[in-house]
Design a protein around this ligand. Structure first.
Ligand code: AMP
Ligand code: ZN
Length: 490
């Protein structure tokens, strides 16, 4: 398996620290609002990476944090006149809902920065003891970048250039810095801000130290993969490396993976989607118009290191593409029902006789199965090549074509099952539920119809109508017939 490593700027063979295991840390969102679809890109991409490792038999320890103390959270809390914890708790909950909608698996651990302050104080103390950090007069603690010889190795920046660059920008309140490129580990509280006691001042941690500490606590000093959006390469990840390696005395992450931006075309002017530019769609907004599987499918239609432009046309195209897969899965399920009925009938007719398979049919099916296996190999080869989901999706479409042209009610159940399981498995690695959702939905519809019948029995017509309305919203039309309630898709 090859992974593009930002650290070496090369695709490298994946070699885990421990055989059969993957330790992975993905920087999570700052929770002060609903997540936008730019934030969703790393969630979907790295969840897919995780799923592929699991498909290959690896045990993945996947850690992704919530940054729940930050200027933006505090600002929002002040605006609302509530504690910043109220804001962060609310948006963590909403983020979890969005993740579930996008079929992003919950992480093995989802640590929150505010619950890990002790670990941060400890790491900062170690850094001070080792001469990598110092406290200024006002109680701010800074990391001494000049003390870490590898500073700049991830972003491929040179410390001298960085220093002269920083010298141009004088920031008030940072007079206590020894060097302009030093960065904050701990800062004094301001009026009305949340704070914690520390040996240096009442205050709160800097953003970078949070991730170094949470990665250490939940995964250990050394991890396999550290990931996030490409805007995090500098300074966030560069600073994480400096802190972790200086404190722990070991290389931090073997592979650094970064997704490219999700952009938006603003009258021919392509921009990164971001909250500060105000050009974003939240995942919640998209969910009002599309099943979030469509959003997931859209994200995976491009390679994660290529910029991706969001547009109404492209999301529509993804909707249609996904529909093709789901329709194929429906057809497989329908064909299976017919084939099963036929085979059971044949078995009944031939009771006691040797099973009489039509040789020609089976041979043909075997050839198709071999072709399907080749597509599965093609799919894996794409994923092994730095998670090229775009090519993997193409292989899925080829499989869909093969299913559509070769599966019918006349096929053998064994053949249909083979194709159905393969299609479902390959989709599942991408986090796309092929088929099963529809089956679930059928059960849900039946349950709702039962509830409506019960309501009518109890003469609760308002409730009965409400349920009918809900079903209608889901595109289900009810028909009251003498044989009972029938339903069909509108
Ligand atoms: P934030 O909430 O800004 O800390 O971002 C959370 C994650 O979303 C980080 O990994 C960012 O790099 C990523 N991210 C933010 N905006 C975008 C975007 N427009 N495209 C891709 N990734 C993004
Ligand atoms: Zn981080």
């Amino acid at each position: 398996m090859k992974i593009f490593n930002t650290l070496t700027r090369r695709k490298e063979e994946f070699v885990p620290l421990e055989p059969g295991k993957v330790k992975m840390y993905v920087c999570g969102p700052t929770v002060y609002n609903f997540i936008h679809i730019g934030n969703a890109r790393p969630m979907i991409v790295f969840d897919t990476v995780r799923r592929y490792f699991e498909y290959k038999g690896y045990q993945v320890n996947y850690v992704s944090n919530f940054t729940d103390v930050d200027d933006k959270i505090i600002k929002k809390a002040i605006e609302e006149g509530v504690d910043s914890e109220v804001v962060s708790r609310r948006y963590i909950e909403e983020c979890r809902k969005d993740m579930a909608g996008m079929n992003v698996k919950p992480a093995t651990s989802h640590p929150q920065a505010t619950l890990e302050i002790d670990g941060m104080l400890e790491m900062i103390q170690v850094l001070i003891q080792k001469g990598h950090a110092y406290a200024a007069q006002d109680g701010t603690v800074y990391f001494r970048t000049a003390s870490f010889k590898d500073y700049g190795k991830l972003s491929h920046k040179n410390l001298d250039e960085l220093q002269s660059g920083f010298r141009e920008i004088k920031v008030t309140g940072e007079e206590g810095k020894e060097d302009p490129s030093d960065f904050v580990l701990w800062k004094p509280k301001k009026e009305g801000e949340p704070y914690w006691e520390s040996p240096w001042c009442q205050g709160r941690p800097g953003w970078h130290i949070e991730c170094s500490v949470m990665a250490k606590k939940y995964l250990g000093d050394q991890i396999d993969i550290h990931a996030g959006g490409e805007d995090l390469i500098f300074p966030h990840h560069e600073n994480e490396i400096a802190q972790s390696e200086a404190a722990n005395g070991k290389p931090f992450a073997t592979y650094w993976m970064h997704n490219a931006f999700l952009n938006i075309d603003n009258n021919g002017h392509v921009q990164k989607m971001s909250k500060s530019l105000g050009n974003f769609f939240t995942v919640r907004e998209i969910s009002e118009r599309y099943d979030l599987q469509v959003l997931r499918f859209f994200m995976l239609s491009a390679h994660y290191r290529s910029p991706l432009n969001f547009s109404a046309e492209l999301i529509e195209a993804s909707k249609n593409g996904l529909e093709r897969i789901l329709t194929a899965a429906d057809r497989l399920r329908d064909a299976r029902k017919i084939a099963l009925g036929r085979e059971q009938e044949e078995a009944g007719a031939n009771q006691g006789a040797e099973e009489n398979k039509t040789g020609k049919h089976t041979q043909e099916e075997q050839a198709h199965m071999a072709a399907a296996k080749e597509l599965s190999t093609k799919y894996e080869a794409a994923m092994e090549d730095d998670f090229n989901t775009a090519d993997a999706v193409s292989a899925v479409f080829e499989l869909v074509k093969l299913c559509n042209s070769t599966v019918s009610g006349d096929s053998s159940v064994a053949y249909i099952d083979f194709m159905k399981e393969l299609l479902e498995r390959l989709c599942d690695v991408l986090g796309i539920v092929a088929g099963r959702k529809e089956e679930l939905l059928d059960d849900e519809i039946e349950a709702m119809i039962q509830a409506r019948q019960q309501a009518r029995k109890e003469k609760n017509f308002a409730l009965a109508d409400e349920i009918r309305g809900k079903l209608l919203n889901m595109g289900i039309v009810l028909e009251d017939t003498r044989e009972g309630v029938k339903w069909k898709k509108a």
